[in-house]
Ligand binder design. Structure first.
Ligand code: ZN
Length: 565
């Protein structure tokens, strides 16, 4: 347990002031960057970023879970920092946007009982399955709910694919696979080949099963197609969950939403007289039809619920000439809070995820605040809540924008910046989607970096952070950071660092601040995004989505409408 005395804030203030005077210590991160002296004096530095991460990822902030002390400390810290930098509050005079959510703490029964053929099968909570509900009901019971294997659980007219075709699953429980058809068998002719589409995401699987009227939906966890280990599922799907408030109190959702291990799925299919591998192979072929397993599931969930509001933090620097046009910077402030202990540590500090993005957000605001040349367009800084629970804060902002969406030029999102030194690459998640790629390419060139598309599109990163909520309503969004090649130590080193983070630290208590980490890469990324924002703020252009992007039509429609907030 590490606590930071109040003097930390004083130390930070001292540093900010030092920063403002342009003698930040870390200009090396931008070897060869044009105007390196400008870079050196823009106030962006690994030191400032490190200080913010130290605070936000401290045990004192308790892993920054919404509705906890961690939320209060985090949102007040962010608002205070923005205020100190002279940033204005949102249009209603507040640095906070209330985000109404419902917290549901689900306690599943210790077992799921499977019966119907031969020996009954018992699955155990946490060991074999996890389960939650989005229904605001004190008790959920599934009694002898018929089990159906529904392949990938996808209904995709754009790919002539329907895993529910010909079977009514109302009241039944469907077992589905994660990711898109084709991925696990290496068939790149299906869907978008190696790149995951939204159909591959767990959120989509639950949404589609609910549309089909299923009582329960259970996703089979498999580390490669899921791109995270079972321990992440255990920690993310246990304890209280947050959901958007809905008028029907979640009644239109499946009563039970869960995951089971691959091993449990194999035992289940064997109990049904089926073979998991054969079923999975069939699910990866066009024309797959859902398979009733002839088994029934009995289990229950009890819940406590709380309806309240979490907070997005918003701050703005008005533009000097076209203040009614906005460049949006976003980063989620929330993380997993206090959860299942790992080696005695139960605080999920979230230093990389996403204290790093919040630190960069604050440092970029500092750079704009101290820049001699004021931006012509307005700059908006948005730290959102509920990202870990399904992009809740950014989805709420997209549905209740504080600034007109069709006057929002772009969203520049930061999430989990790399903490292993300056990078030679700039990896763009969703490369090819919009003209923002060109801005990223130019800014990277300034830092003698090259652009690469996301190297692991099968992990669906485009759908896994807050830029997706803005893209979903048509705002061109950029999600890019250095990830592939360390400037000093090359690609192999970077690959090892990424794999170590994913296997050991992603959504684990060990994602902690350490003074030993080289934050030079975060400084680079923050500066690059600052430069893109500066450029956009000085232009009159509205970068567009490229042909073939699923967001292009949404934007064109939005731009044609009269602005509304
Ligand atoms: Zn994150």
């Amino acid at each position: 347990m590490r606590f930071y005395p109040a003097s930390a804030a004083a130390a930070l203030l001292g540093l900010l002031l030092a920063g403002c005077q342009g003698n930040s210590t870390n200009s090396t991160a931008d070897a060869g960057s044009a105007g390196s002296s400008a870079a050196a004096n823009d106030g962006i530095s690994a030191t400032v970023i490190g200080q913010h991460i130290k605070q936000l990822a401290s045990d004192e902030f308790q892993g920054r879970k919404p509705f906890t002390v961690g939320e209060t400390k985090t949102t007040e810290y962010l608002a205070a920092q923005f205020k100190q930098l002279g940033m204005q509050p949102g249009p209603d005079g507040s640095y906070f946007q209330q985000v109404p959510l419902v917290e549901i703490n689900t306690t599943p029964a210790a077992t799921m009982q499977i019966s119907g053929k031969g020996q009954p099968l018992t699955l155990r909570y946490q060991q074999d399955f996890v389960a939650v509900t989005e229904r605001e009901q004190p008790r959920i019971e599934l009694n002898n709910s018929a089990l159906v294997f529904a392949g990938y659980g996808v209904v995709a007219p754009d790919y002539q694919w329907n895993d529910y075709a010909g079977l009514d699953v109302k009241g039944k429980t469907v077992v589905v696979l994660i990711n898109d058809p084709g991925f696990v068998v290496g068939d790149t002719t299906l869907f978008k080949g190696k790149a995951m589409t939204y159909y591959g995401r767990w959120t989509y699987k639950y949404e589609e099963a609910a549309r089909q009227g299923a009582a329960g939906v259970i996703i089979v966890h498999d580390t490669r197609p899921a791109s995270y280990p079972w321990s992440v599922v255990q920690s993310s799907w246990s304890g209280s969950q947050l959901f958007p408030q809905s008028d029907d109190k979640g009644a239109s959702k499946c009563a039970l939403e869960g995951w089971m291990t691959l091993d449990a799925a194999k035992r289940l299919m064997q109990n049904a007289g089926q073979n998991f591998d054969a079923l999975q192979a069939a699910a990866n072929k066009p024309g797959f039809r859902p398979v009733p397993l002839g088994l029934n599931l009995t289990t229950s969930l009890t819940t406590t619920t709380r309806r309240t509001a979490s907070k997005n933090v918003v701050a703005m620097l008005p533009g000097s000439e076209r203040p009614e046009e906005y460049i949006l910077y976003s980063a989620h402030w929330d993380h997993l809070g206090i959860g299942p202990a790992v080696q005695g540590d139960s605080i999920y500090n979230g230093a990389v995820d996403n204290a790093s993005g919040c630190a960069a957000l604050l440092n970029i605001a500092q750079a704009f605040a101290q820049a001699k040349e004021k931006p012509k367009r307005s700059i908006v800084f948005l730290a959102v809540t509920g990202e870990e629970q399904g992009l809740l804060g950014s989805a709420y902002y997209a549905a209740h924008p504080l600034f007109p969406l069709n006057k929002t030029v772009a969203d520049l999102n930061m999430d989990a910046l790399a903490d292993f030194g300056p990078m030679k690459d700039l990896t763009v998640v969703g490369y090819g989607q919009s003209e923002l790629d060109d801005y990223a390419t130019a800014a990277a060139k300034e830092q003698e970096r090259y652009i690469v598309p996301d190297q692991t599109p099968e992990q669906g990163h485009f759908f896994r952070s807050d830029h997706f909520s803005l893209a979903h309503v048509g705002v061109p969004a950029l999600y890019a950071s250095g990830r592939l090649e360390s400037r000093a130590k090359g690609k192999e080193f970077a690959r090892e660092q990424n794999e170590a983070y994913e296997a050991q630290h992603y959504h684990q208590p060990s994602d902690e601040y350490s003074p030993d980490r080289d934050l030079g890469g975060m400084e680079q990324d923050a500066r690059l995004l600052y430069r893109i924002g500066q450029r956009l703020a000085g232009e009159t252009t509205f970068p567009q989505w490229k042909a073939g992007s699923e967001f292009k039509a949404i934007r064109e429609k939005s731009l044609a409408e009269k602005p509304r907030t």
